[in-house]
Design a protein around this ligand. Sequence first.
Ligand code: HEC
Ligand code: HEC
Length: 392
Amino acid sequence: MRRELVVVCMLVTSVAFAAGAASQSDEGDTPFVWPIPAWMAPPPVPEDNPMTSAKVELGRRLFYDSRLSRDGTVACASCHEQARAFTDGRALAVGINETVGIRNVPSVANVGYYPQLTWGNPHMTSLEFQALIPMFGDNPDEMGSNGREAEIFARLAADPWYAEAFPAAFPERPKVDLFTVTRALGAFQRTLISLDSPYDRFKYWGEEDALSDAAKRGEQLFFDHRFECYHCHVGVLFTDNLQTTRSALSETGSHNTGLYNIGGAGHYPAQATGFYEFTGHPSDMGRFRTPSLRNVGVTGPYFHDGSAETLEEVLAHYARGGREIAEGPHAGDGAQNPHKDGMIVGFKASEQEIAELIAFLESLTDEGFLTNPAYADPWPAGHPASVERVMP
Ligand code: HEC
Ligand code: HEC
C-alpha cells in the first residue's frame, strides 16, 4: 500500500465542531490542511479558534520566540525541543534564571488530541488556557513574564514580522494581546501530529520490514496479559487519553502506578501528589495522566518527576509491580501503595523479553516528526527571538 498522506480538510463535518468550521471563512487566508493519514480523524478545534495557515505560522514564530520571557532567554522551545519530540532531556524543567521546576517536560506531539493536559491537573483542558501558565505563571517561574504582560506584548508588536503577521492571522482583531497570542500558540500546537513511526508503517501501511523481529516480538509482549501495558497505553496514541473530531466522548485516563509510598502511608512527594492536589480525594493520591508512548525512545528521563533515567528503569519498576525507595525523604515501597492501580501487579520476564519490549517502544519514534521543517525554528540565526539555551 502506498503511504500517501491523505489530506483531510479543516472544514470538518463533525457535528460538535461545525460552528468552528463555518466561522473560518471570516478569517480570510487559505484553509488549513491537516497533515494526517486517512485512518486518523483531525483533533477537535475550539469554535473560537478556527485553524488557518496564517495563524499556525504566527503560532510557530511565537513558540520559538524567547522574547515571550521576561529577560528574552526562554522560549517555549527551550523546554519543548523538536529533536526530542518537544521535551528537554532533563529530569525536571528548568525555567528563567535556572529555576528548577517540579515536573518533567511532557512531549507536545499530538497534544491536540488530549482532552486533559499536563501530568496531573484534570481541570487543564484547553491549549489556549494552558499557554498562560509557562508565560505568566510563577509557581514555578518558567518564562517569568507575570506582571509584565503589557511590556511583552509591546515588544512583540514592535517586530516588523509580527506587524504583518498578527493582522493576517486575526484580521478582525489584530492586537498583540492574550487573546491572539494564546490562540496562535494553540493553533500551531494542534498541528504537531506524529503518526509516522516505523510501527505505523508496519501496522497501518502493511510494510512488513519496517519493524525488526525483536520489535515485532516486543509488540506481542506489549499487548500480552502478562504485561498489561496496553490497558492504559491503549489505542493510536498509546494512552487512554483521546479526543478526535469523531469521538462521541473524550477518554481521560489517570492512574497511580506505585512509584511512591512515603512512610507506608500511600503518600506521594508533597509537590507531586497528582490529581489529589486538585480534587482532594484520597483515592486520587499519586494519580497521573497516562502519557502517550509515541516517541518515548527520545523523551527520557521518564515519569512526572523524571525519576527514571532509562526505559530499562521504567520496565524494572513495572516488573516489580511498584518501586521501592530504600532511604531518604521518599522512602517506602510503592508496590504496597494502597491507591495503586490493580493492573500494576508485576511480572517475570527474561532479559531478552525486556530488550524486545524496548525495541518495540523505540519503534514508536517518528524521525520525520523530529526533523519536519514545518515544526522547526523559523527565525534566522542571530535574530533577537532566537532560542539559545538548549541542552548540549
Ligand atoms: C521551563 C520549561 C518550560 C517552558 C519554557 C514551557 N513549558 Fe510547556 N511544559 C513544561 C512542563 C514542566 C510541563 C508539564 C507541566 C505539568 O504537568 O504540570 C509542560 C506542559 C506543557 C503542555 C501540556 C502537554 C501535555 O502533554 O499535556 C503544553 C501544551 C505546553 N507545555 C506548551 C507550552 C507552551 C505553548 C509554552 C510557551 C508559551 C511552554 N509550554 C513553555 C515546561 C515548559
Ligand atoms: C495502570 C495503567 C498503566 C499500565 C498497566 C502501564 N502503564 Fe505505563 N504509565 C502509566 C501512567 C499513569 C504513567 C505516568 C506515571 C507517573 O509519571 O506518575 C506511565 C508511564 C509510563 C512510561 C513513561 C513515559 C513518560 O513519558 O515518562 C513508560 C515508558 C511506560 N509507562 C510504559 C509502560 C509499559 C511498557 C507498560 C507495560 C509493562 C506499562 N507502561 C503499563 C499507566 C500505566
